[in-house]
Ligand binder design. Structure first.
Ligand code: NDP
Length: 310
């Protein structure tokens, strides 16, 4: 029985094949594009697999997403509907995102971009910012990773709110739920952090209508998915002063094209989808453990719900 791997990049795929072969010696680990006997393939470990690729394997038991999001798997119209999809998450990924969110919320809170610009001009400019308890930060999505990020913001002293579908409570966080709760959540959010999964309901959610509900000059941090953001609406909101700045980790097209207007924009900080880039060794061991658990029990906490899209 075999496991196939697809990461889009041949060298990376080879590295993961090597790691998984060592961790799972009882399985044959092969390249998705050179799978051998199709009927022998039981798991496909993938990031953004080509459309129709998964459906080639008639005896697949599950698809394993190399990442917490499963949008890159579900976008395949030929994906067999019955297949479980295992997400890859865990303490390593959560910790990395906590660091990312703390870093960039603090950078906006303490006006780091303005201080950097002053330094570049050789200008001594002291800015007094409110203390964290008087800064209102809002986290969109309160999932496994986002809850930990919201808690980190609470621990840093921020006045922290969160928004999710169900409104599940998080200690120390003011929680808003569903479409009805969104306007009140936005009205009080000075730094907005998007950690939603990309689903048909959340696609394009970061648009001009949403920006208009934030306090003027609010900041945006998007570490969810590029498909959440309407790019032209962001540019217009920054140019009009409706938003004061944005930090973007994810983009509609990745890598971000060289001529994209975001690159040179003075109020946009770009990070190249590294908010929680898991190292291959850790990722492979989490995946091996998730597959073993799924083999043993036929279930796993890591299984996404394809109907919900996350
Ligand atoms: P989960 O999948 O555990 O949970 C998703 C959260 O979003 C839940 O709180 C859910 O609400 C909420 N949600 C889903 N749909 C809606 C909606 N329509 N309206 C309001 N709330 C909604 O998420 P994680 O925290 O594990 O991860 C979130 C996302 O972060 C991933 O899907 C991925 O896109 C992104 N990510 C980005 C990384 C990066 O490096 N940039 C790395 C890892 C993840 P409820 O609680 O009610 O179900």
């Amino acid at each position: 029985m075999s496991i196939v791997v697809y990461l889009g990049d041949a060298e990376e795929t080879r590295e993961w094949i090597g790691l998984l072969s060592r961790l799972m010696p009882d399985h044959e680990i092969r390249d998705f594009d050179d799978p051998g006997q199709l009927s022998a393939v039981e798991y496909a470990v993938v990031w953004a697999p080509p459309r129709g690729g998964i459906a080639r394997f008639p005896n697949l038991k599950a698809v394993v997403s190399v990442g917490a999001g499963v949008d890159h798997v579900l976008r395949d119209p030929n994906l067999p509907k019955h297949l479980p999809i295992l997400r890859t998450t865990g303490p390593d990924m959560v910790q990395r995102l906590r660091e990312y969110v703390a870093l960039h919320v603090l950078a906006h809170h303490r006006e780091l971009a303005t201080t950097d610009a002053s330094q570049a001009r050789g200008e001594w400019r002291q800015i007094v910012t409110p203390v964290a308890g008087r800064r209102r930060v809002g986290v969109m999505g309160l999932g496994n990773i986002a809850r930990a990020c919201a808690r980190t913001l609470v621990d840093l002293g921020f006045d922290t709110a969160g928004w999710s579908r169900s409104g599940r409570q998080v200690d120390g966080v003011t929680v808003f739920a569903g479409a009805d709760g969104l306007p009140a959540f936005l009205a009080q959010t000075e730094i907005l952090v998007c950690l939603l999964p990309l689903t048909p309901e959340t696609r394009d959610i970061l648009d001009s209508r949403l920006f208009a509900q934030l306090p003027k000059g609010a900041r945006l941090i998007n570490a969810g998915r590029g498909g959440h953001l309407v790019e032209d609406d962001l540019l217009a909101a920054l140019d009009s002063g409706r938003l004061g700045g944005a930090t973007l980790d994810v983009f509609r097209t990745e890598p971000l094209p060289a001529d994209h207007p975001f690159w040179g924009h003075p109020r946009i900080r770009i990070t190249p989808h590294i908010a929680s880039m898991i190292d291959a060794e850790t990722g492979a061991s989490v995946i091996a453990e998730n597959i073993r658990c799924f083999e043993r029990t036929g279930a796993s906490d890591a299984v996404a719900d394809p109907k919900r899209g996350y």
